[in-house]
Design a protein around this ligand. Structure first.
Ligand SMILES: Cc1cc2nc3c(=O)[nH]c(=O)nc-3n(C[C@H](O)[C@H](O)[C@H](O)COP(=O)(O)O)c2cc1C
Length: 294
C-alpha cells in the first residue's frame, strides 16, 4: 500500500480541488481595459457581486445574512428550522433556501411552501447529502433520516415550488442535463466538503457543463473559494455565481455580520482586480481563454 504523509488522505476531494484551483494560471490583458462592473441581475433583483454565501447551518445565520446583504450578495442557507429561516428573511436579505433531502417527503413539501410564503427568492436541495459518505445507506443528519429522492419526487418538488429551483451536488454533465430536463433553474456544483472521494473538482466541470447546457441553467459553484482570485477563475470558466462557506465562518465568528460583509467585499475587490487585469469589463464578458491549464 502506498505511503502518504500523515496529513494526506488519498482521494480527499477538498485537497484535489485546492490543487486544481492553484494549477490554474491567468493571462493578463490590461491594455485598454475598462473599470469592471461586478453587478449581476438574477430573480428580478440586482446584486452587487456574484459572490454569495454557501448553504451553511448550525451558525449565526442571521448575522451571516445581514452581512452578506450589506455587501450586496445573495444568501443561501442550509439546514435549520422554519423559524430560523423566517428570522434570516426578516433581515431583508435575498435568500435561497437549500432544503435537506428528508426521507419524509411531506416535510420537504411543507418547507418549500414555508420558504415561498416567507419571501425566499429561490429554493434547492442538497441531494449530495442523501447518502452516507461511505456506503449506499441513506444518510442521517442531526438524527433525521434522509433519502435519495426519485426523479419523479424531484419533479414534483420543482413544480410545487413555483420558485427557481436548484439541485445542489451536481457533479457531471449528465446530472446537469437531468436537472435541466426536470425543470431546474440551475445547479450548484458541489461535493459538500468531500462527501464523495476523488470527485472531479467542481470548477473543472464548469466548462463542459456550460458547453452542454448553454444558458439553460444558472451555474453556481462551491468548494474551497478562499479569495477573489479563486472566484474570478470560477466565473471565467463559466460560473454565474460562486459560493463561499468556510471562508466566511472565521470572520462571522470574530466580527459577526461586519466580518461577513467585509470578507465578501474584499473578495469582490480582488475579483475586480483580476477583471481589470484581464480586460473583463463585466460578468457577461467573462472569457475562459484567459485561464491557462484548465
Ligand atoms: C458548518 C457547515 C454547515 C453546512 N451545512 C450545510 C447545509 O445545511 N446544507 C447544505 O446544502 N450544505 C451545507 N454545508 C456545505 C456548504 O454549503 C458547502 O457545500 C461546503 O462547505 C463547501 O463550500 P466551502 O468550501 O466554501 O465551505 C455546510 C458546510 C459547513 C462548513
Amino acid at each position: 500500500m502506498a505511503q502518504h504523509p500523515e496529513a494526506y488522505h488519498p482521494g480527499d476531494s477538498i485537497a484535489i480541488n485546492r490543487a486544481y484551483l492553484d494549477s490554474l494560471l491567468v493571462e493578463g490583458r490590461i491594455l485598454g481595459a475598462e473599470q469592471p462592473s461586478t453587478e449581476i441581475r438574477l430573480f428580478g433583483e440586482t446584486f452587487g457581486t456574484p459572490i454569495m454565501t454557501a448553504a451553511l447551518s448550525h451558525l449565526n445565520l442571521k448575522g451571516m445574512a445581514r452581512g452578506a446583504a450589506e455587501a450586496g450578495a445573495l444568501v443561501s442557507i442550509g439546514m435549520g428550522s422554519n423559524e430560523e429561516m423566517a428570522d434570516v428573511l426578516s433581515t431583508g436579505a435575498k435568500v435561497m433556501k437549500i432544503i435537506k433531502p428528508y426521507a419524509d417527503t411531506e416535510e420537504i413539501i411543507s418547507r418549500i411552501s414555508f420558504a415561498k410564503e416567507h419571501g425566499a427568492v429561490a429554493v434547492g436541495m442538497d441531494v449530495e447529502h442523501s447518502v452516507s459518505r461511505t456506503s449506499a445507506d441513506a444518510d442521517v443528519v442531526a438524527g433525521i433520516p434522509m433519502k435519495l429522492p426519485t426523479l419523479e419526487e424531484l419533479k414534483r418538488y420543482i413544480e410545487l415550488s413555483g420558485l427557481p429551483f436548484f439541485i445542489k451536488g451536481a457533479l457531471s454533465v449528465r446530472d446537469a442535463k437531468a436537472a435541466r430536463d426536470l425543470g431546474c433553474a440551475g445547479v450548484i456544483l458541489s461535493h459538500h466538503n468531500g462527501m464523495m472521494r476523488y470527485a472531479v473538482p467542481p470548477i473543472r466541470l464548469l466548462r463542459p457543463i456550460r458547453e452542454a447546457v448553454g444558458r439553460d441553467l444558472i451555474l453556481i459553484v462551491d468548494g474551497g473559494m478562499e479569495d477573489g482570485v479563486d472566484a474570478f477563475k470560477a466565473l471565467a470558466l463559466g460560473a454565474d455565481l460562486v459560493t463561499v462557506g468556510k471562508a466566511v465562518m472565521g470572520p462571522l465568528q470574530e466580527n459577526g455580520s461586519d466580518g461577513v460583509r467585509d470578507k465578501i467585499l474584499e473578495m469582490t475587490r480582488e475579483m475586480q482586480n483580476m477583471m481589470i487585469r484581464t480586460g473583463t469589463k463585466d460578468l457577461e464578458h467573462m472569457d475562459p481563454t484567459v485561464i491557462w491549464n484548465a
